[in-house]
Design a protein around this ligand. Structure first.
Ligand SMILES: [Zn+2]
Length: 496
């Protein structure tokens, strides 16, 4: 793992009132295809922030004094960082020159959990008061109080503005009136949106990721007055996808023991990097109830779960205190795949339908052909997610995504582009699985062809469903060519 990288986020206030400045965040480039135009994300408002780079040799150390910097001790050495340029970027976001505030002080220092595959980000939150209070700010800025931010965040509407991560973790967490979850030691977590805790835990997952996000939703102490028959299940805590591998089972056990007994365990699907920790919960909490799709339950080894289990198929409503959730049937990755929508904030827990973006890559989901993975379903589920207009996507591998519609449109485009390449290869005479994979993946290491071949098979099936394959292409012969493909890619002559 490479070194962590750093950011600075600024809470800028007027002395006269308890409000701070939020900046409308620049969205990623809009999808190119016209039919995706309606699928844009609503405005995202967050604290002004900028990357904090290390000073290079010969660079001048900033004269600026950030008060209470000593409180960070050895965690953060101010002399090593280019504070002046980071603050210059912050100032430009609010249309000001760098000397915007009389003085700065440290508010908080937050280490992001290790979501991977990028290094975790460490954010220094600083507080400053404006030198001149009566100036106008550009339209891309907004004054907000903690209460107004919390209301906007917890009452998320598809077209309404959204509140970003820095505002929530920098200002609302741990402040009066907002709970700060106490989780067992060593586990670094991230709570976003408010009420949803995400903990990346080591798991037997596929590269480039190395962890599965355990998602926790806890009661806020509000007992429901009377049980509504429209609600499928009530609980005091909910866990999604306990997928950590055996060397994290002690941590998971501590966590489960610290949670309320009335626990619901929700599985998005059956893959072992999503259920490896189930036995721990089974051992620690006999009151826990397991919720999953029938196809998922059928694939989980007998004996893994000995307590109550309930079959869900999508549409079921679950209440955890004031947190209202709804299961969303989301086939494609597997035929038993189910997502979970947090109705309070419109956050969508997407299972393996999407993975977290990293660097410039949006990753891509691999469909499981052996467990009912299906391209038509995958496209339809992606459209269903777009229509839900989620405020944030929470994948089980990697970071959350705050531009859900842009990400989902990119997934659609990626799949369509690949499908067109496959169709082109077929129109140019490719008949067998080997012909198509060798054509479309010519520049890819042959060792990866096997993994690629299942998506090719699913794409061909989808092309047939759309009735766009050339008339002389035999689907039967194509399907029969699987064995010869395996033989060809495993013969030594091809492994040079
Ligand atoms: Zn999976």
């Amino acid at each position: 793992m490479s070194a962590a990288y750093y950011r600075i986020a600024a809470v800028i206030k007027r002395s006269s009132e308890d409000k701070f400045l939020l900046v409308r965040q620049a969205s990623p480039p809009a999808p190119e295809e016209d039919h995706h135009r309606p699928y844009l994300d609503s405005h995202l408002w967050d604290l002004p922030s900028a990357p904090l780079n290390f000073l290079e040799e010969g660079d001048r150390v900033s004269d600026l004094i950030i008060q209470q910097g000593d409180s960070l001790h050895e965690k953060f050495d101010f002399g090593k960082f280019d504070i002046d340029s980071a603050l210059g970027q912050v100032a430009s976001q609010i249309g000001r020159v760098p000397a915007i505030c009389g003085s700065w002080s440290v508010l908080k220092y937050v280490e992001e959990p290790d979501f991977g595959p990028d290094s975790p980000v460490k954010t220094l939150f600083i507080l400053g008061h404006l030198l001149q209070e009566d100036e106008e700010f550009p339209d891309s800025c907004m004054w907000a109080s903690k209460d107004s931010v919390a209301n906007m965040h917890l009452d998320s509407r598809p077209s309404g503005g959204r509140i970003g991560l820095f505002t929530i973790i920098g200002l609302l967490h741990g402040s009066d009136g907002f709970r700060n979850w106490q989780l067992p030691h060593i586990l670094l977590s991230q709570e976003y949106p408010l009420g949803i805790i995400v903990i990346p835990m080591r798991s037997r997952t596929q590269k480039p990721f190395y962890s599965t996000n355990l998602v926790i939703i806890l009661t806020d102490g509000e007992a429901s007055e009377s049980e509504d028959p429209a609600i499928f299940k009530y609980g005091d805590a909910l866990l999604v996808d306990p997928g950590c591998s055996t060397h994290c089972h002690y941590e998971l056990e501590d966590l489960v023991m610290a949670l309320p007994k009335k626990l619901i365990v929700f599985l998005t699907h059956h893959h072992y990097d999503h259920i490896d920790g189930l036995s721990v919960i089974n051992k620690c909490n006999p009151d826990a109830i397991l919720l999953a799709h029938e196809n998922t339950l059928n694939r989980i080894g007998k004996g893994t779960w000995s307590h109550q289990l309930l079959v869900i198929s999508g549409g079921e409503k679950i209440n955890i205190g004031n947190n209202k959730l709804e299961a969303v049937f989301a086939p494609g990755h597997t035929d038993g795949h189910i997502a979970l929508l947090h109705l309070n904030t419109n956050a969508l827990i997407v299972g393996d339908h999407c993975v977290g973006a990293f660097g410039f890559s949006y990753g891509s989901a691999v469909l499981d052909i052996t467990s009912g993975g299906n391209m038509k379903d995958y496209f339809q589920t992606t459209y269903k997610f777009l229509e839900l207009s989620p405020s944030v996507l929470i994948p089980m591998h990697g970071r959350i995504n705050l531009w859900p519609r842009q990400m989902l449109c990119r997934y659609l485009k990626h799949r369509r582009d690949r499908e067109q390449e496959i169709l082109k290869a077929i129109k140019n005479g490719a008949e067998t699985l080997y012909d198509i994979v060798a054509n479309v993946y010519a520049n890819v290491d042959i060792k990866l062809w096997f993994a690629a071949s299942s998506n090719v098979r699913l794409h061909v099936e989808h092309l047939a469903y759309q009735d766009v394959l050339p008339k002389d292409f035999s689907l039967l012969d194509f399907n029969r060519s699987y064995d010869s493909f395996i033989k060809k890619i495993s013969t030594p002559s091809n492994e040079k």
